[in-house]
Design a protein around this ligand. Structure first.
Ligand SMILES: Cc1cc2nc3c(=O)[nH]c(=O)nc-3n(C[C@H](O)[C@H](O)[C@H](O)COP(=O)(O)O)c2cc1C
Length: 329
C-alpha cells in the first residue's frame, strides 16, 4: 500500500530477450482451424503486443510460411518428438532456419490422449466427415465459408503442415505413419540428444515433479514449463499452482520456470508469478480471440490480459515486475 507510483511497467527479460510482459502464446495444434491462416494471425497479434508465440509441430501452416507472414514475430518452436529421429532433426533444422531460437520440447504427451469428445464429433487427422460433423459445419456457415472453404480452394483439406508429404498424401500407409507417430519411449537420453543438436535455448514442457525439473537442469535445459497441458491429457494431475512453489525452490537460479494451464485473467498470471514462475503461457485464451474476431480478436484478448495485469499490479503496489512484493520474488 501507499507505494506512490504513477504507472506500471510489465516488461521483463526472458531467456535473454526483452518482452512486453512475462507472457507467451502457448503452442496449440491446428490453430489454423480456428481461423484461416490462424497460426500466422496469432504470430502477428503476439508480435504487435511484443510477446513470443510458440509454433506447434502440429500447426496447419508451416513455420516457414508463418515467418513470411509475420517477419517481426518472435517465434519459438514446439517439438513433438517423432519416432523417426532423422525426420525430427530435419524439422528442427527448418525451425532454426526460420529464425526460431528457443525450442520447447513437450514431454507430457507420450500417447494420444483419450478425448472422447473428439471421437464423438468425428474429429481426427486425417479428417473424415461424418453425418454429425456435416450437420455441425452446416450450422456454422461463417466457419465453413471463412475457414474450411478457403483452405479447400487454396491448398486442400487442412492437415499437419510440417508432416512429410508422403505422410500427408498417403496417411493410411502404416510404415510412414509410424515414422511420425509420437515417440512414447521418449526418455532423458532423447533430451540429451536434443540438447546436443539444438543450437538455441531448450525448454522442457510438461513438468510437474521436482525430480524431473532437477533432471532437466542437469541435462543442460534452460527452462521448464510447469504444465498440466491445460488439463487436456490427464485430467486428474495435480495443478501447476500446487507444483510451482517446490519446483521453483529447487531449480531457481539454474532454470527459468514457465507455467501454464487455466490462465483466464491477468490475476491468474500474477498468481503463477506469485508462486514462483518467471512467465506464463496462454493456450485457449488467444484461440478464443482468434475464433471471435481473427487477428484483431487475438490481439484484443492479449491486450485485455495486459490491462488486467496492470490493474492487479496497481492493487499490489508494484510499478514493475521486479518490484512485485514477496512471495513474488
Ligand atoms: C487446442 C489446443 C491444442 C494444443 N496443442 C498443443 C501442442 O501442439 N503442443 C503442446 O505442447 N501443447 C499443446 N496444447 C497445450 C498448450 O500448449 C497449453 O499447455 C495449454 O493450453 C495451457 O492451458 P490453457 O489452454 O488453459 O491456457 C494445446 C492446447 C489446446 C487448447
Amino acid at each position: 500500500m501507499l507505494t506512490g507510483h504513477d504507472r506500471r511497467q510489465l516488461d521483463t527479460t526472458l531467456l535473454g530477450q526483452r518482452i512486453t510482459a512475462p507472457l507467451l502464446v502457448a503452442p496449440t495444434a491446428l490453430a489454423g482451424l480456428v481461423a484461416h491462416d490462424g497460426e500466422t494471425k496469432l504470430a502477428r497479434a503476439a508480435s504487435r503486443v511484443g510477446i513470443p508465440v510458440c509454433i506447434s509441430t502440429q500447426s496447419v501452416t508451416t513455420v516457414e510460411t508463418i515467418r513470411r507472414g509475420a517477419p517481426d514475430a518472435t517465434l519459438w518452436f514446439q517439438l513433438y518428438v517423432w519416432r523417426d529421429r532423422a525426420l525430427t532433426a530435419r524439422l528442427l533444422e527448418r525451425a532454426s532456419a526460420s529464425g526460431c531460437e528457443n525450442l520447447i520440447v513437450t514431454v507430457d504427451t507420450p500417447v494420444s490422449p483419450n478425448r472422447e469428445y473428439n471421437q464423438r464429433n468425428g474429429f481426427a487427422i486425417p479428417f473424415t466427415p461424418g453425418l454429425r460433423s456435416v450437420i455441425d459445419m452446416a450450422l456454422h456457415p461463417r466457419w465453413l465459408l471463412g475457414v474450411l472453404m478457403r483452405y479447400l480452394v487454396s491448398e486442400g483439406i487442412p492437415t499437419y503442415g510440417h508432416y512429410p508429404d508422403a505422410f500427408r498424401g498417403a496417411i493410411t500407409r502404416p510404415s510412414i505413419a509410424e515414422a511420425v507417430r509420437l515417440e512414447h519411449r521418449l526418455n532423458w537420453d532423447d533430451m540429451r540428444w536434443l540438447r546436443g543438436i539444438w543450437p538455441g535455448k531448450l525448454i522442457v514442457k510438461g513438468v510437474l515433479a521436482v525430480r524431473d525439473a532437477e533432471t532437466a537442469a542437469e541435462i543442460g535445459a534452460d527452462a521448464i514449463v510447469v504444465s498440466a497441458h491445460g488439463g487436456r491429457n490427464l485430467d486428474c494431475l495435480p495443478t501447476p499452482a500446487e507444483c510451482i512453489p517446490a519446483i521453483a525452490d529447487a531449480v531457481k537460479g539454474r532454470l527459468t520456470v514457465l507455467a501454464d494451464s487455466g490462465v483466464r485473467r491477468g490475476t491468474d498470471v500474477l498468481k503463477y508469478l506469485a508462486l514462483g514462475a518467471d512467465a506464463v503461457l496462454l493456450g485457449r485464451l488467444p484461440l478464443w480471440g482468434l475464433a471471435a474476431d481473427g487477428e484483431r480478436g487475438a490481439e484484443a484478448v492479449l491486450r485485455m490480459i495486459l490491462r488486467e495485469m496492470d490493474t492487479t499490479m496497481a492493487f499490489l503496489g508494484a510499478d514493475r515486475i521486479a518490484a512485485l512484493p514477496a512471495p513474488f520474488q
